[in-house]
Design a protein around this ligand. Structure first.
Ligand code: SF4
Length: 217
């Protein structure tokens, strides 16, 4: 099975279970259709970090992120690379069309492919930022998005203040949801970290039950 088919099947809930051939074939054929519908675009802006204090990260331009986790992660960083990635709205429109037709299985599979594609696009951006940082002798953190850990989703508004989101065709609703939904926003820190700095998940009191915990910084 191809890597991308396997990744989508895992998202569909087949982690550790055998995947019926009918499902893997449907995923394969939806991936082929999705290639025409996925139009990845991204933007990022490195903001100088003026300092961190308790749960606040102070950035150039009087912009402040508020989260204990983000403040800890960015505490040794020189820049906060604020980013926005999208795969565009065509795939979501096709999902809606399939749902209206009552083809729920293919709608669900295509929607899941969209989620996987958006994360892959964010991975690609993260790798590019890491390469650039490495070239100038710096390290990067993992990426963090509003709505995760203790970073309130309302902080999306700061990201959208920094990024020219309309150029990417991404809008923020009053409830801080991104449209198209298959978009990822967040921050990656660039800095020089002590090898002994613990990943935030290892200090977090939610680590036992959290499904998103990670062991890197
Ligand atoms: S354990 Fe979960 S909530 Fe805690 S820092 Fe890690 S990802 Fe965030």
């Amino acid at each position: 099975m191809k890597t991308e088919t396997n990744a989508v099947c895992q998202r569909l809930g087949y982690k550790g279970h055998s995947i019926p051939t009918s499902i893997s074939s449907s995923v394969d054929s939806n991936i082929k259709s999705a290639y025409k519908l996925i139009k990845p675009r991204y933007a990022y802006v490195p903001k100088v970090i003026d300092g961190t204090l308790r749960q606040e990260v102070f950035m150039a331009g009087h912009l402040v992120f508020t989260s204990q986790t983000i403040s800890y992660v960015l505490s040794d960083c020189k820049w906060a690379v604020v980013f926005l990635v999208t795969i565009g709205g065509d795939l979501e429109r096709e999902v809606s069309r399939l749902m209206e037709k009552g083809d729920m299985l293919n709608a669900f599979i295509l929607d899941t492919i969209g989620s996987e594609a958006a994360e892959k696009a964010a991975d690609y951006l993260q790798d590019a930022v890491s390469e650039t940082a490495k070239a100038i002798g710096y390290n990067t953190t993992l990426r963090y998005s509003p709505g995760y850990c203790d970073w309130d989703v309302s902080q999306q508004k700061i990201i959208f203040q920094i990024i020219e989101s309309t150029v990417l065709g991404v809008n923020l609703t009053e409830g801080f949801m991104m449209i198209p939904r298959k978009s990822v926003s967040g921050v990656i820190g660039i800095g020089k970290f002590s090898k002994s700095k613990l990943p935030p998940c290892l200090r977090c009191n939610r680590k036992k039950s959290c499904q998103y915990k990670r062991t890197k910084l």
